[in-house]
Design a protein around this ligand. Structure first.
Ligand code: NAP
Ligand code: ZN
Ligand code: ZN
Length: 360
């Protein structure tokens, strides 16, 4: 529960103490602790966090797969909750509003990308929700906590038609798939493949299907086939079967690779039609290598994409509200988080763990 004691830190600035789950060291199990959040500023809101999704990026960062992390680390960038307090200058939100926060909580607001609503690509440096450094120089702490203090401009509205627990994963998994699907024109007449049916992948199937595209899942095995078809996939193939790569050669306009581990990308590029694009959203630990031939033969493109900006994230939430789309979740207590990390690493989740923040 929220532990809202206001106190003074050594610099004399008012702060608030908040219950959280943190990894004290790289790869260490998460432990219950308290963190200090800033006091509510002029344009800040306080979010009473209700639910927090567990993204594979949380595993990567606690494990320092992408480089040195800031510890203790409170992961979590799929945050859904209710506004419980507002600063005096807040105009966008009122107490009681249902809001979410995704992967970043601030950005420079001045660069071309920020001006264009692409805050995720802020050239001045977006402030990530955790494992980052705020513009005040203090470390950021994520959603595995009872409360978040955030600038009102970096919160998104969650449609009333969506349950908050299943909506939480939209803030990362949802937007990470919506953005490339929208950018590369997934829609009627387009053939889209989603590689990996995990947290991101299952949102990709739902979203691409709702956009009107023909959707194929490329999964390691046929183990989750019934689920995939139920989510809206038109076809479901096992990548362990070499026939998949001959049967589907040259087929897709767009492939979105959500896999968290190394893959032979050349084989997947061979599944693209002329001028098709493979978008890499999975972020494995090791760099990928590939020969340029499969790209050159067919003028195919290899691209990357990272989450989405504030306007597009709101657009995605509204789209999901209209189409009744949210994540398939397994709700857990906060004290089950380490078990959930182990199961996620083993691919044992259908399809997103979400922490009930009332148990923190
Ligand atoms: P996840 O739930 O663990 O799903 C990943 C899926 O990849 C698994 O369900 C599995 O699908 C497949 N997979 C796992 N290991 C594999 C292997 N060795 N070979 C082939 N396939 C394998 O993870 P997630 O939360 O969706 O995240 C996926 C990746 O996206 C992570 O690297 C994460 O950091 C990254 N990410 C990127 C962004 C971005 O903005 N670009 C945002 C969020 C997350 P099947 O069982 O169906 O094969
Ligand atoms: Zn994420
Ligand atoms: Zn910027």
């Amino acid at each position: 529960m929220a532990n809202e004691t206001n106190e003074n830190n050594t610099t004399g600035t008012a702060t608030r103490t908040v219950a959280a789950y943190a990894a004290p060291r790289p790869d260490a199990p998460l432990e219950k602790t308290t963190i200090t959040r800033r006091a509510v500023g002029e344009h800040d809101i306080v979010i009473d966090i209700k639910y927090s999704g567990i993204c594979h990026s949380d595993l990567h960062q606690v494990g320092e797969d992408w480089g040195t992390g800031i510890f203790p680390m409170v992961p979590g960038h799929e945050i859904a909750g209710v506004v419980s307090e507002i600063g005096p200058g807040v105009t966008r939100w009122k107490v009681g509003d249902r809001v979410g926060v995704g992967c970043f909580v601030d950005s420079c607001r001045e660069c071309d990308n920020c001006q264009a609503g692409l805050q995720q690509y802020c050239t001045g440096g977006a402030v990530f929700t955790y494992n980052g450094t705020g513009r005040d120089g203090l470390p950021t702490y994520g959603g595995y906590s009872a409360e978040l203090v955030v600038d009102e401009a970096y919160a998104l509205g969650i449609p009333d038609s969506l349950p908050l627990d299943a909506a939480a994963p939209l803030l990362c998994a949802g937007i990470t798939l919506y953005s490339p699907l929208a950018h590369w024109g997934a829609g009627p007449g387009k053939k889209v493949a989603i590689v990996g049916l995990g947290g991101l992948g299952h949102m990709g199937v739902k979203l691409a299907h709702a956009m009107g595209a023909e959707v194929t899942v490329l999964s390691q095995s046929l183990r989750k086939r019934e689920d995939g078809l139920g989510l809206g996939a038109d076809d479901y193939r096992a990548t362990s079967d070499p026939a998949t790569f001959t049967d589907l050669a040259g087929r897709f306009d767009l492939i979105v690779n959500t896999v968290s581990a190394d893959l032979d990308l050349s084989a997947y590029i061979g599944l693209l039609r002329t001028d098709g694009t493979l978008v890499q959203v999975g972020m494995p630990e090791k760099p990928v290598t590939l020969h340029p031939f499969p790209l050159a033969i067919g003028r195919r493109s290899l691209a990357g994409s990272m989450i989405g900006g504030l306007p597009e994230t709101q657009e995605m939430l509204d789209f999901c509200g209209e189409h009744g789309i949210a994540a398939e979740i397994e709700l857990i207590r906060a004290d089950q988080v380490n078990e959930a990390f182990r199961r996620l690493a083993d691919g044992d989740v259908r399809f997103r763990f979400v922490i009930d923040a009332s148990t923190i």
